[in-house]
Design a protein around this ligand. Structure first.
Ligand SMILES: *[C@@H]1O[C@H](CO)[C@@H](O)[C@H](O)[C@H]1NC(C)=O
Ligand SMILES: *[C@@H]1O[C@H](CO)[C@@H](O)[C@H](O)[C@H]1NC(C)=O
Ligand SMILES: *[C@@H]1O[C@H](CO)[C@@H](O)[C@H](O)[C@H]1NC(C)=O
Ligand SMILES: *[C@@H]1O[C@H](CO)[C@@H](O)[C@H](O)[C@H]1NC(C)=O
Ligand SMILES: *[C@@H]1O[C@H](CO)[C@@H](O)[C@H](O)[C@H]1NC(C)=O
Ligand SMILES: *[C@@H]1O[C@H](CO)[C@@H](O)[C@H](O)[C@H]1NC(C)=O
Ligand SMILES: *[C@@H]1O[C@H](CO)[C@@H](O)[C@H](O)[C@H]1NC(C)=O
Length: 334
C-alpha cells in the first residue's frame, strides 16, 4: 500500500521538458538497486534517461578511469556481464543491456571498465544516441549513481566507485548525486529469488528508489522555479540510506525515514561546515548519522562534497542546497 502512496506523490511535474539524466553505479549494470532506481524515476515521467554502468562488480575503484577511450577489451571472454544483464560480452568493450523479454534495451549500456569510465563513455559516446529524439549531440544534465550496496560515508566515500562516477560527472560540469545504502547483499535485477529468500532485497531496492526519486524530483522542481542549477557547480551530493529491512532496522517503507544534513569526514577533513539545518545545533558526520545506534531511527545522511578534492563544500553551497530543499521532506537533528 505504501508504494501506491509513494507513487502518487511522485506524479509528473508540469515542465516544458524533463532533464536528460544519466545513471551509473559500481555494482554492475544488472544490480537490482540500480534497476529499481531508474525504473521508479522513469515511470514518474523522467524518461529521457540513459544507464551506463560497469559490466562487472567494480566496487572500491574510486575515480579510476581506463586510458583506452573506449573501455577495455574483454580478455579472456567471460560470456555474460554480472547478473546475466547482457547477451554475452566476449571480446567487446561495451554493449547494450537487456529487457525482461530478452531484447536489447537502447537506453542501457554496459562498459567493460571502471565506474568513472562508464560515466565517461555515457557522456561522450552513448548520450547522443540515447537522447537523439530530443536533438543531436545532447549530453546529460544530471548524473545519478547507485544505489550502492553498502554505505559510502566518511572515509569510504573516497574509495567508492559510486562516488567516483558521480565525481567524474561533477568535474565535467554535470550536477551529480551519489546514492548508497547500508544493505550490503548484492542482488541482480532478474534474480530468481526476488519472491523468495531475496524478497527483502526487493523491499530495500524499492524503498531506496522511492526515497531517492523523491529527492531528485524536489531538486529538479526547485531549480526550475528559480531557473537555477540543480546543484552548485563543482560539488556533488553524497546520500546514504540506513539498512531498510524489517528484521534489521524496521525501516521498511519510505514514510519511516528522516533526512539529516551531514558532512563527509575524510581523514584530511577536520572542520565541520558552519551551517545549520532547521533548529539543529550542529551538523554531524555521515558516520554519526549511520551509526549502529541510529540505524533504527531510519536516518538518511545528505552531504555536499567538493568534486575536485572530496573536501566539504562551502557554506554558500550548503545554503543553496538547503534553500532548494526547503519545505520538502521530513528532517531530523542528531
Ligand atoms: C523509460 O520510459 C520510456 C517511456 O515509457 C520507455 O520508452 C523507456 O524504454 C524507459 N527506459 C528504460 C530504461 O526503461
Ligand atoms: C545466469 O545464467 C546462468 C546460465 O544461464 C545461470 O546458471 C545463472 O544462475 C544465472 N545467474 C543469475 C544471477 O541469474
Ligand atoms: C567516444 O568518444 C571519444 C571522445 O569523443 C572518442 O575518442 C572515442 O573514439 C569514442 N568511442 C566510441 C566507441 O565512439
Ligand atoms: C528562465 O530561463 C529561460 C531561458 O534562459 C528564460 O526564457 C526565462 O525567461 C527564464 N525564466 C525566469 C523565471 O527567469
Ligand atoms: C513493513 O513492515 C510492516 C510490519 O511491521 C508490514 O506491515 C509492511 O507491509 C512492511 N512494508 C513493506 C513495504 O514491506
Ligand atoms: C525551531 O524552533 C522554534 C522556536 O523554538 C520553533 O517555533 C520552530 O517550529 C522550530 N522549527 C523547526 C523546524 O523545528
Ligand atoms: C583528501 O583525501 C582524499 C582521499 O583520501 C583525496 O582524494 C583528496 O585529494 C584529499 N584532499 C586534500 C585537500 O588533500
Amino acid at each position: 500500500m505504501m508504494h501506491f502512496l509513494t507513487l502518487l506523490t511522485l506524479a509528473p511535474l508540469c515542465r516544458a521538458r524533463n532533464p536528460r539524466i544519466i545513471f551509473s553505479n559500481d555494482d554492475g549494470l544488472g544490480s537490482l538497486n540500480l534497476y529499481e532506481f531508474y525504473h521508479t524515476l522513469n515511470s514518474s515521467g523522467y524518461f529521457d534517461l540513459l544507464v551506463s554502468a560497469p559490466c562487472d562488480d567494480k566496487s572500491g575503484t574510486a575515480s579510476r578511469d581506463t586510458s583506452d577511450p573506449e573501455g577495455d577489451l574483454r580478455t579472456p571472454a567471460q560470456g555474460e556481464c554480472r547478473f546475466n544483464s547482457t547477451h554475452g560480452a566476449p571480446g567487446k568493450r561495451h554493449g547494450h543491456g537487456i529487457k525482461t523479454d530478452g531484447s536489447e534495451d537502447p537506453y542501457l549500456y554496459w562498459v567493460n571498465g571502471y565506474p568513472a569510465t562508464s560515466m565517461r563513455l555515457g557522456i561522450d559516446n552513448f548520450s547522443s544516441d540515447a537522447f537523439s529524439r530530443l536533438g543531436s549531440n545532447l549530453k546529460p544534465e544530471l548524473a545519478l549513481t547507485g544505489i550502492n550496496y553498502g554505505s559510502n560515508g566518511d572515509s569510504t566515500a573516497s574509495i567508492s566507485g559510486t562516488v567516483g562516477a558521480a565525481r567524474y560527472a561533477a568535474k565535467r560540469g554535470i550536477p551529480a548525486i551519489g546514492f548508497s545504502g547500508s544493505f550490503g547483499r548484492h542482488v541482480g535485477w532478474n534474480d530468481p529469488e526476488l519472491g523468495g529468500k531475496n524478497s527483502d532485497a526487493l523491499v530495500v531496492a524499492k524503498t531506496y528508489a522511492g526515497l531517492a526519486t523523491s529527492l531528485v524530483l524536489q531538486i529538479i522542481k526547485a531549480a526550475d522555479s528559480i531557473n537555477g542549477t540543480y546543484l552548485p557547480k563543482g560539488t556533488l551530493m553524497n546520500v546514504n540510506f540506513p539498512d531498510a529491512t524489517l528484521s534489521s532496522t524496521g525501516c521498511n517503507d519510505t514514510s519511516k525515514f528522516k533526512w539529516v544534513l551531514a558532512y563527509t569526514k575524510l581523514t584530511n577533513v577536520t572542520v565541520a561546515p558552519d551551517v545549520r539545518q532547521g533548529n539543529c545545533s550542529r551538523i554531524p558526520t555521515e558516520g554519526e548519522v549511520l551509526s549502529k545506534d541510529n540505524q533504527k531511527k531510519c536516518l538518511i545522511s545528505v552531504s555536499m562534497v567538493n568534486a575536485e578534492d572530496l573536501g566539504v563544500a562551502s557554506v554558500k553551497d550548503y545554503t543553496a542546497v538547503l534553500e532548494s530543499l526547503k519545505g520538502w521532506g521530513s528532517w531530523a537533528c542528531l
